[in-house]
Ligand binder design. Structure first.
Ligand SMILES: C[S@@+](CC[C@H](N)C(=O)[O-])C[C@H]1O[C@@H](n2cnc3c(N)ncnc32)[C@H](O)[C@@H]1O
Length: 217
């Protein structure tokens, strides 16, 4: 397995472009995976006046935090990304803006998904990833690790599920070389069962699959 391009996302220019695109999306038509995320939150019964906790792993510039605060102003959004460049832009963009709107809970941290264990995640109601597993050369391992954190609800988005073997490709995106991971579908279903989750919803779209997973009680 090649990890040659593993740090290519740590690049400010990439996140400047991501933010520009996200602002257009926030002010225009939402992309399919944002619509799917809102549908999942409604399905699990999140209410606008509830102060649930939401961890966004590989949050990029944290546009999802802004999206969700529109509908769930009392939620506690915590964005994590291994790229300090992403976290810096998220703080510059949303920090003051959210505080002026009374959205005080906007914690961002510069951290890799691998830095967390189930104790760190113990206070979260929902764990979210969009586009993290699919940009790693070891996307299956990442998904397995996220489920091992045992957060009661997991929403995993932009997943490329295939019937063949799991594998990655390398391609150019935002002027950097990145990985694109394809998960063997059955392997993903087996991991879901192994970690004690049930798949509540599976939403397919051109940007990949959204899985809504609930921890078995
Ligand atoms: C395709 S972007 C998705 C960003 C955001 N979730 C979205 O949907 O717009 C992938 C993100 O994963 C982050 N990332 C890559 N490796 C990571 C790791 N080991 N731990 C945490 N974040 C990581 C990158 O910095 C980047 O922000």
């Amino acid at each position: 397995m090649s990890f040659e391009h593993i740090d290519s996302w740590k690049n400010r220019a990439v996140f400047v472009q991501q933010l520009e695109r996200n602002i257009l999306e926030l002010n225009g038509v939402y992309p399919d995976h944002w619509k799917a995320l809102l549908a999942c939150l409604a399905l699990v019964g999140c209410k606008p006046d509830e102060n649930f906790t939401f961890a966004d792993m590989g949050c990029g510039v944290a546009a999802v935090g802004e999206l969700l605060h529109r509908y769930y102003p009392k939620m506690h959004y915590h964005g994590y990304d291994y790229a300090k460049e992403a976290i810096d832009i998220a703080k510059e963009q949303w920090g003051d803006y959210w505080s002026t709107k009374g959205k005080l809970d906007r914690l961002y941290s510069h951290a890799s998904y691998k830095d967390f264990d189930d104790e760190d995640m113990g206070t979260f109601d929902i764990l979210h990833q969009a586009g993290l597993c699919c940009i790693l050369p070891n996307g299956d391992e990442c998904f397995d690790h996220l489920l091992s954190l045992q957060v009661p609800i997991v929403i995993s988005q932009k997943m490329n599920l295939i019937d063949g073997e799991s594998h990655y490709d390398v391609y150019d995106h935002y002027d950097i070389k990145i990985y694109e991971y394809h998960h063997n579908r059955q392997g993903i279903y087996d991991m879901i069962e192994k970690h004690g989750y049930t798949m509540d919803k599976n939403i397919s779209s051109p940007v990949g699959t959204t899985l809504l997973l609930k921890k078995n009680v």
